[in-house]
Design a protein around this ligand. Structure first.
Ligand code: GLU
Length: 289
């Protein structure tokens, strides 16, 4: 069976040089291995994703000379699949609803920080400080029936106890040079959100379900997602899904050493194209000879 690679952008902005590196690497590796390259549009965040960004993704990737298979998978069209996965985890008692608003979470964090420094996840976001896991079941039912908004969280302690030790083989490199056999540390993320009342999935859940459904064998993506792999390995184990190979690549940083967030004249592919850049020039700019 040929290896299956995928490039999985979110259409919440225009592609920049960091996306070009990721897409070109996936394309190069797929060609070298006589493998397949899939394109997946990760558009579950309906508030930020827009059709014009999706159209621009096809245009920019086509211009770069990348050849992906049809049909393209759009996550927004597969919500029922993600719901099934959530239901499986719920049936195993690994998921609970939490009802705090953003403001309430901020207030809880302020209280915690007054006592000691509250831990943050690998992205620097404070872990969930609430106590919804131990809400009496009558109160939980009352809140659910009242129609209150909620987030479904993974009970990380229970999930880790169920899954046992986890790791993956890193073919690239993590932020601190991690490579080869890496121990997964999903606990570092706390009780992550897997879905919300309005959206029956999250990045972590959708990526894991889709990689399995699409038969992805090789995940090649930016180093900013390195530690997310801990959560992905955990969900793969809990949902009985196969483990792909992982290769996290270096990031393209802006002039100040920060992560590229949105397309600018200096880094946006459409802007560079309009200014006369060529696909070969883009390859050179991202350090692929
Ligand atoms: N959609 C994610 C992003 O644009 C990438 C997901 C992945 O490659 O796992 O950052």
């Amino acid at each position: 069976m040929p290896p299956v690679f995928r490039f999985a952008p979110s259409p919440n902005g225009y592609l920049h040089l960091g996306h070009a590196l990721s897409a070109l690497l996936n394309d190069d590796l797929a060609r070298k291995a006589s493998g397949r390259l899939l394109l997946r549009i990760e558009d579950i965040d309906t508030a930020r994703c827009r059709p014009e960004f999706e159209a621009a993704i096809y245009q920019d990737l086509g211009w770069l000379g990348i050849a992906w298979e049809q049909p393209v998978r759009r996550q927004s069209e597969h919500l029922a699949r993600y719901r099934q996965a959530i239901e499986k985890l719920s049936a195993e008692g690994l998921v609970y609803p939490s009802f705090e608003s953003r403001a309430e979470i901020a207030r809880l964090l302020a209280q915690q920080d007054a006592n000691s420094r509250w831990p943050c996840d690998p992205d620097g976001v404070p872990l969930y400080p609430g106590a919804a896991k131990s809400l009496p079941s009558g109160e939980r039912t009352r809140l659910l029936e009242s129609g209150a908004p909620y987030a479904l969280r993974l009970d990380m302690a229970a999930a880790c106890a169920r899954a046992g030790d986890l790791g993956w083989i890193e073919d690239g490199e993590g932020p601190d040079g991690e490579t080869g056999a890496v121990t997964a540390r999903p606990q570092a993320w706390g009780d992550v959100i897997l879905a919300r009342k309005e959206t029956p999935t999250s990045y972590h859940l959708a990526v894991v379900v889709d990689d399995a459904l699409q038969g992805v064998t090789d995940v090649v993506r930016g180093r900013d997602l390195f530690w997310s792999t801990s959560v992905h390995r955990l969900l793969q184990r809990l949902l009985d899904l196969p483990q792909p190979a992982y290769r996290h690549h270096r990031l393209i940083l802006d002039g100040a050493g920060g992560k590229l967030s949105k397309s600018t004249a200096a880094t946006g592919l459409r802007e560079l194209r309009a200014a006369g850049a060529t696909p070969t020039g883009i390859r050179r700019l991202v350090g692929l000879a």
